[in-house]
Design a protein around this ligand. Structure first.
Ligand SMILES: O=C(O)C1=C[C@@H](OP(=O)(O)O)[C@@H](O)[C@H](O)C1
Ligand SMILES: C=C(OP(=O)(O)O)C(=O)O
Length: 449
């Protein structure tokens, strides 16, 4: 897909690692928490300090958008940012189109904020984001009184006529999506009364946790088997509070997977966020027989954090239940790579949401593996991978389709394939994991960009 916003492409040929991977590293800050820290700080009164902020392209788009809306957002040192917000309901109408780049989280969460402020705005994104569904947020948000206009299909670019006195929403999520849940809750911040969201399956709860941290009243109650009801009292006095962003478990996934696969490796990733609604991959890897050790468990900035050490060893196939998908939704491409290297069959169930990520990750992951000689099928919404028992042929060209996670997954596959794996473009890795190639080289991957 072409886009005027697309960075120059950066192809990479990955050769098998010739030595074990070793060392202790830290990955960049959590992307979900970084977006939220910037947005919520901009809505709060006063000065918020953020440490460990992910300085990836996606989060930088959110920083630019909050500036365009009148917050003062300043980078004071690497990963350390200061945000001066003026308080809920006081955002300024942006002068120009808000370009959210490649980021679904930025676009969807911001929709909730823009809908609930009395201003006109227009939002767009890159070629990938313009293809992703927005009706999942604009449908519920329309009940606030806000109006959304777009071309047919309800995708970006989107014009938003927000309302200064939005009606509070009561909404049951039709898809398991933390982005939709968050958009509804954010619209509820500036609404008089109670906003209520029901989620049939629990999704990442960083919005709930961080809104409470900034002084909002948010309650969470169980709903049926594994679901939740979230209620938010509108018009809270949001007050600036510092935020420490933990390392992103979705980024640590690539480093740890590489260490599990390259023979003889042992790698520690320090300070990984371990919110239980994010750790489905680690559970799954252990079920595959992975030696994944947790140490130095602690709570930082209200989130559980720990150091994870991956030690290479034999892995076997796994059957991942659909209920686990929300807690590892971004990890299926790298899990598929691990399953391709493992012995025996794997089945990952209930992956319909993968079709609407930065790319159609179901078909793109299938293509990634097939191009490299691995047998893989899709049956309904399930992916079936036939493990090679450590004998991935490789030799294929992977199309990353403007999708950072495909680029990193293909890179890890190349480290253990018999023939070099060509990755058409690694530039999009910068959306979530700037410095990925250097970090991998610091533990011995030998990647030559
Ligand atoms: O809320 C968030 O920060 C995110 C939610 C998930 O998306 P969905 O809500 O579309 O499942 C995830 O895939 C994305 O990377 C980040
Ligand atoms: C799906 C992802 O992000 P987003 O929806 O924010 O583009 C991701 O990072 O894998």
């Amino acid at each position: 897909m072409e886009s005027i916003n697309a960075p120059a492409s950066r192809p990479l040929t990955v050769h098998a690692a010739t030595t074990p991977l070793a060392g202790a590293v830290a990955v960049p800050g959590d992307k979900s928490i970084s977006h939220r820290a910037l947005m919520f700080a901009a809505l709060a009164r006063g000065e918020t300090g953020i440490t460990g902020l992910l300085e990836g392209e996606d989060v930088l788009r959110t920083a630019a958008a909050m500036r365009a809306l009148g917050a003062i957002v300043t980078r004071t040192a690497p990963g350390t940012w200061q945000v001066i917000g003026r308080g809920l309901g006081t955002l300024q109408e942006p002068d120009d189109v808000l370009d959210m780049g490649n980021s679904g989280t930025a676009a969807r969460l911001l929709s909730g904020i823009l809908a609930s402020h009395g201003m006109f705005s227009v939002m767009t994104g890159d070629g990938s984001l313009r293809g992703r569904p927005m009706k999942r947020v604009t449908d519920p948000l329309s009940a606030t009184g806000a109006r959304f206009t777009s071309r047919s299909g309800g995708r970006l670019p989107l014009a938003i006529e927000g309302v200064a006195d939005p009606a509070p929403l009561s909404y049951r999520l039709p898809v398991a999506s933390a982005q939709v849940k968050s958009a509804v809750l954010l619209a509820g911040l500036n609404a008089a009364g109670t906003t209520r969201v029901e989620e049939p399956v629990a999704t990442r709860d960083h919005t709930e946790n961080m809104l409470r941290h900034f002084g909002a009243e948010v309650s969470v109650a169980p709903l049926g088997a594994g679901g939740r009801v979230i209620t938010l009292t509108g018009r809270p006095d949001l007050v600036a509070r510092d935020v420490a962003v933990p390392g992103d478990p979705s980024s640590a996934a690539f480093v740890l997977a590489a260490a599990l696969l390259v023979p003889g490796s042992s790698v520690t990733v320090r300070g990984v966020g371990l919110n239980p609604l994010r750790t489905g991959l680690f559970t799954t890897l252990r079920e595959m027989g992975a030696d994944l050790r947790l140490s130095n468990e602690r709570v930082e900035g209200g989130e559980p954090v720990g150091d994870l050490t991956a030690v290479a060893g034999p892995l076997h196939g796994v059957d991942v239940p659909a209920e686990r998908a929300p807690s590892m939704i971004d990890e299926y491409p790298i899990l598929a790579v691990v399953a391709a290297h493992a012995s025996g069959p794997s089945r990952f169930r209930g992956l319909e949401e993968l079709r609407v990520k930065e790319s159609d990750r179901l078909s793109a992951t299938v293509a990634l593996l097939q191009r490299n000689g691995v047998t893989v099928d899709v049956v309904g919404d399930d992916m079936l991978v036939t493990g090679t028992g450590g004998a991935v042929p490789g030799g294929g060209l992977v199309e990353t389709r403007m999708d950072h996670r495909l680029a990193m997954s293909a890179t890890v596959l190349g480290l253990v394939a018999a023939e070099p794996v060509k990755v058409d473009d690694t530039a999009f890795i910068d959306t979530s994991f700037p410095g990925f190639i250097d970090l991998m080289n610091s533990i011995g991957a030998g990647l030559v960009a």
